[in-house]
Structure formats: structure tokens, C-alpha cells
Ligand binder design. Structure first.
Ligand SMILES: [Ca+2]
Length: 221
């Protein structure tokens, strides 16, 4: 496989002259990862008001280099995140990522399948040394505007492609609908609120969501 040499010139802030330290990193310039979403949202794990048709919408995963490329906690959701979180639809979010790809902030995205609350889904996705971050989202459904995600997962650690990363998924409220239960009628939040971590019932205990509703396992192929 093709190798590249990345030269980093690190200027020490304590140096008054122009001495540079040269660090040579030698890793494959691309890598393929399998991403598995192993969901665990059941009436046993999360009994409060557990809905009859619990599922997760199509997962959208992206490799990128710009931090928080899909959303950021504390900032307003994009139209694509609002649509995904409220309906599961991926088209607007995909078009937003296409813009990021054209502007060299993202490499590619993959869209998965709808799965049951305790289902499993997977896809493979390409990464590169120029696009070493991975983020993904999926709607918690039914819900007003709740979604699961992991953001800015670095696939390169200590100058090496990571063999495997396993993370609990985080749960967010998109701040775009004010419904308080899984099957609440639409109640548009106006003006929108910033995206925030879910802590309150029915999913949370007032502090956090424990256990989480699933894990993401990212494995180098
Ligand atoms: Ca909300």
C-alpha cells in the first residue's frame, strides 16, 4: 500500500532562533473502517414510556477533518440535523455533507438502514490522513427531535491508524421540537434552542442516560 511521509515542523515557543524539530510519520495514507451500530434500547433497559415501535432511523456516518461537521452541542442544529432528528430523513443532511465534501472538509458519507431498538447495522467507510475523523448520527424513533451520535472520533492516534474503537453512543436533543415524550405531537421550538445532551426522562434519569442505548464499534479492515 502506498506510503506517505508527513513532515511536521514544530516550532518550540521557547526558541528564539529558527531551530525546527522534524518529526517523520510514516503510515498508510488511506484506511477502510467497518462501523457497527449495536443498539440496545429495549423495554427492559429503558422501561419508561417505551414506545411500541421503537427503532433507529438510517444512520449517517461521515469521515472528515472539520471539527463538529454534523452538529455541535451548544450550537443550533442545521436544517439537515433538524430533519434527521424529527423524521429520520437523510436527504437534507446528505446535501449539507456534499457541500462539505466539495470544500474539502469531508471525504465521504454512508447511509445505513432502519433498525429495531435492539437491532444492529453496519457499513464500511474510507478514511485518509487528510480526513481522519469520523462522526455519525441516527434518530431515536419515535421521538420529538432526539438522536444518537458520536462526533470527531479520531481514527489516527499516536500517528497510527487505530485497529478498533468502541464507544457508547451519546443522546442529544436537537432543540427544534419541544415535545416531551416519544409520541408527543409536533411542537416546533421557536426560536430554536442549541443542541443539548439528553438527561431527563423518559430516556434519562435526570442526570444522564444510563445505560446508553447502544455502542458503536469501529474496526480497521
Ligand atoms: Ca427537543
Amino acid at each position: 500500500m502506498k506510503k506517505i511521509i508527513v513532515l511536521l515542523f514544530i516550532l518550540t515557543i521557547f526558541s528564539c532562533d529558527s531551530d525546527d524539530n522534524e518529526v517523520i510519520i510514516n503510515i498508510d495514507d488511506t484506511a477502510v473502517y467497518k462501523v457497527v451500530f449495536d443498539a440496545n434500547w429495549t423495554a427492559q433497559t429503558h422501561p419508561t414510556n417505551y414506545p411500541s415501535n421503537a427503532h433507529f432511523s438510517w444512520m449517517v456516518g461521515v469521515t472528515h477533518n472539520e471539527q463538529n461537521i454534523l452538529f455541535a452541542k451548544g450550537l443550533l442544529a442545521s436544517a439537515g440535523i433538524e430533519s434527521m432528528a424529527e423524521t429520520g430523513a437523510t436527504a437534507i443532511l446528505a446535501s449539507e455533507i456534499d457541500v462539505k465534501i466539495v470544500s474539502n472538509k469531508a471525504l465521504e458519507y454512508k447511509i445505513g438502514s432502519i433498525i429495531d431498538g435492539d437491532g444492529i447495522d453496519e457499513f464500511t467507510i474510507n478514511a485518509s490522513v487528510d480526513y481522519p475523523l469520523f462522526s455519525w448520527v441516527s434518530m431515536i424513533a419515535p421521538s420529538p427531535d432526539w438522536f444518537v451520535a458520536n462526533s470527531n472520533v479520531s481514527l489516527i492516534i499516536d500517528d497510527e491508524w487505530v485497529d478498533q474503537i468502541e464507544l457508547e453512543v451519546a443522546l442529544f436533543d436537537a432543540g427544534t421540537d419541544s415535545g416531551i415524550d416519544f409520541t408527543s405531537p409536533d411542537n416546533d421550538t421557536s426560536p430554536k434552542e442549541p443542541v443539548f445532551l439528553i438527561a431527563e426522562p423518559p430516556l434519562g434519569n435526570g442526570l444522564t442516560v444510563s445505560p446508553s442505548v447502544g455502542r458503536i464499534i469501529i474496526t480497521k479492515q
